[in-house]
Ligand binder design. Structure first.
Ligand code: SF4
Ligand code: SF4
Ligand code: SF4
Length: 397
């Protein structure tokens, strides 16, 4: 009991200090201004640009502090709580070892390359290459307050529907035309391939994997708890403008894209939420995506997207590896025993389930009916090559 009290008091003090530091440090950066200190590469090389990045450094520093604090508390709990300690220690010990590494698949290389290139172009495309296609709207969380970005992000007008209908008719048609075309064509593959907020969360997850820190495995109950939050977020996202509110004031994406393009932004709430997004994404892959309002809106169209997840139920051996690997916690890919189409509204087409499935052709990603990525036992076993070679060598000697 005593240790629990200590943890609660320490956490409250640390969080209080972090909040104080956050508000004090960010105070000089409060105003939103489109900094005018040069153009193109020249702007990115200037000292003023480095100064504009300061809030982002503060956000990263505070998120790292938060992550270290959580690791410390978890270790402390595992050591002091007798009921949990045994299982927790075993689990932590097990996950500290090296896991077999699979050969990289072309699908994953393309997905990562697409995310990196797209994020780069969304943030610096206009600034470096002078490419601005602002009439083209892509449904991703890449803040359009960054006026230097190459294409428009649909999120601003989707969260300001009142302003959208005040635009000239040709702009409204262009907005809906490009947004709907992208949504229909790619569905939530946009989340898996194009969204900068998705890339940020995938990077934090990779850092966790490299540092061999145990992630947080969410169970069905935890996902159920998040469902009402997800729907509230979607309602606020599309409805706040009619109640006189502005979703941008607390959107975490505001804290990234405009700052990286050299603009000062108002960060009090959005910056704080970005810290939570970084911390969440570190311990649970794509944590923010499970409640992201734009993702929820895109999910409405999942039935007509050209990207699909297909399952051959005859080949499936019900091992559950796909469910374990899925960052969005989609259980039906594992539990489905009849249907071949297992595309769920929350599926971001990341291909992790296919990568981890040990049965040939049991799971596939398809585009317009054509298989583009298929599960393979050979690929899975390639990860165990070193282990196999070691034992083969031993038996021969
Ligand atoms: S769900 Fe994730 S990847 Fe999709 S738009 Fe939202 S933040 Fe981006
Ligand atoms: S079902 Fe598969 S492709 Fe879809 S989100 Fe989960 S792991 Fe990714
Ligand atoms: S990983 Fe493959 S074999 Fe295992 S339950 Fe999922 S679909 Fe079936």
């Amino acid at each position: 009991m005593r240790s629990k009290k200590k943890i609660i008091i320490t956490s409250v003090i640390c969080l209080g200090m972090a909040a104080l530091a956050y508000f004090a440090w960010l105070f000089p950066f409060y105003e939103f201004t489109s900094n005018d200190f040069g153009t193109g590469i020249e702007k990115l090389m200037s000292a003023e640009y480095l100064y504009t990045l300061t809030p982002l450094f503060i956000i990263i520093a505070l998120a790292t502090t938060g992550i270290i604090l959580v690791i410390f508390i978890r270790k402390f709990l595992a050591k002091t709580d007798k009921n949990r300690s045994r299982a927790a220690q075993v689990r932590m010990g097990r996950l500290k070892g090296d896991s077999p590494k699979q050969k990289k698949s072309l699908f994953m290389i393309i997905r990562w390359a697409a995310m990196i290139i797209f994020t780069f172009m969304m943030i610096w495309g206009g600034l470096i290459f002078g490419l601005k296609m602002s009439s083209l709207s892509i449904p991703v969380l890449s803040c359009p307050w960054n006026t230097e970005q190459m294409t428009e992000s649909s999120c601003y007008y989707l969260s300001h529907l009142n302003e959208l209908f005040e635009l000239p008719i040709q702009n409204i048609i262009l907005f809906f035309g490009s947004t709907i075309a992208f949504t229909l064509l790619l569905g939530r593959a946009i989340c898996g391939f194009l969204c900068p907020m998705g890339l940020i969360q995938d990077i934090t997850d990779k850092i966790r994997q490299k540092t061999k820190i145990e992630g947080i495995k969410m169970n069905d109950k935890m996902y159920e708890t998040l469902t009402p939050i997800k729907w509230c977020m979607a309602l606020i996202f599309t409805g706040l403008c009619f109640a006189g509110g502005n979703f941008c004031n607390f959107c975490p994406a505001v804290a990234v894209s405009p700052i990286l393009a050299g603009m000062s932004t108002s960060l009090y709430v959005s910056g704080f939420l970005m810290i939570l997004v970084l911390m969440g994404g570190f311990f649970k892959r794509r944590a923010f995506c499970t409640i992201c309002p734009l993702g929820t809106v895109m999910g409405f169209f999942h039935k007509i997207s050209l990207f699909r997840v297909k399952k051959d139920c005859q080949s499936c051996t019900e091992c559950g590896a796909c469910y374990e690997a899925c960052p969005m916690g989609i259980k039906m890919i594992y539990t489905e025993r009849e249907k071949t189409d297992v595309t769920h509204a929350n599926c971001i087409m990341c291909g992790e389930c296919v990568k981890c499935c040990p049965e040939d052709n049991a799971l596939s990603l398809t585009f317009a009916g054509k298989k583009i990525y298929t599960s393979s036992r050979k690929k899975i076993m390639s990860g165990y090559e070193e282990v196999r070679n070691y034992y083969d060598g031993k038996s021969n000697s």
